[in-house]
Write a protein that binds this ligand. Sequence first.
Ligand code: SDX
Length: 391
Amino acid sequence: KAGLWTYDPGFMATAPVESKITYIDGDKGELLHRGYAIDDLADNADYLEVCYALLYGDLPNAEEKDKFYARITSHMAVHDQLRKFFEGFRRDAHPMAIMLGVVGALSAFYHNHLDISDPQHRDDTCVDLIAKAPTLAAMSYKYSIGEPFMYPRKDFSYAENFLYMMFATPGDKDYKPDPVLVKAMDKIFTLHADHEQNASTSSVRLVGSTGANPYACIAAGIAALWGPSHGGANEAVLTMLDEIGSIENVAPFMEKVKTKEAKLMGFGHRVYKNFDPRVKVMKETCDEVLGALGVNDPKLALAMELEKIALNDPYFIERKLYPNVDFYSGIILKAIGIPTSMFTVIFALARTAGWIAHWTEMHSEAFKIGRPRQRYTGETHRAFVKVEDRK
Ligand code: SDX
């Protein structure tokens, strides 16, 4: 209509994002990071090697690996004044709320590499965020249980340091995390490291496209990940298994799913319509950890029964609903001793590498501010009505 502002979609359209970092084939159930298959990476590389590949395009050689690990380890500690941030939260605050608040405020502490037009500043920020993610995550847990924060150790690996900062106390002079748990933790980090343009990564890119500081961008990713349809699903799977309670209740629960009264958390995916390649590795890790710990978790038996029924039920087969990365991760994390409230925080910790890799990739070439398109379905132009004339 005359006067309505129309625009050329070509200008406003948000073209598909171009990226070299991660490739997903939803039909084939294929996930590649810089061309390497996720199961090859999970079985043969450790998380920091994957971080290096996400950031710089290839796996590090021995010298690059040593330098990168030393750089990460030396940046794991946080500014001591950050403690005050944590003290502002209630003890029973959800750790994701704490992570969101603290990470979003990091630009108030770290000014020395915020010139995002400078590649070195960008690289320093990437390393800083990957390094500090486990420390902040562990601090959000320690704060919630009223125990003192633990400092990272120079002689521990990344996953080892995370478990140390989570579970050691100042009195534990000889505390050393169980190597089985360290390996499982590291694999879980790898399986969550990146996943192309999912909702949280797209949020990081959209916020990043305005030139916002990287800490604010990562906070946007944390906010998006928190939702139960996304990263919050791992916590929701355990809640669902608790509600079902026993194998006898699986069938009635499935009926509730079919009448849309409930969702099968940990199932379904926007892209994977056959299987999520991460699930196979996650399931193997689950068996390894529970076997090594001699844990006989009834939730695992319940989850396997749920999976078996769903995989043979036409309702789920027709809708291409298969287990996703979140279905088994919670069972492993619980076996490691991680409380349910921390599950999504661990997802955020691991995904920080992917988020910041996409952020830095976007900034390493020309880009426009993001502007998702809309299809307007509201009122057409109409005359104003005075309040006394309104019905
Ligand atoms: C992650 O994008 C990523 O890459 C995300 C992620 C990553 O690494 O970043 O992989 C991580 O977020 C994994 C997903 C975790 N979320 C959950 O497990 C929550 C439960 N899943 C659903 O919320 C759902 O499956 C979504 C959100 C994941 C996908 O939703 P879609 O795209 O709307 O699902 P769809 O279009 O394929 O649905 C087809 C049908 C619909 O029913 P009908 O209208 O055809 O009758 O399947 C139904 C849906 O209602 N359906 C489900 C279901 N998921 C879809 N029914 C029951 N339980 C489910 N979980």
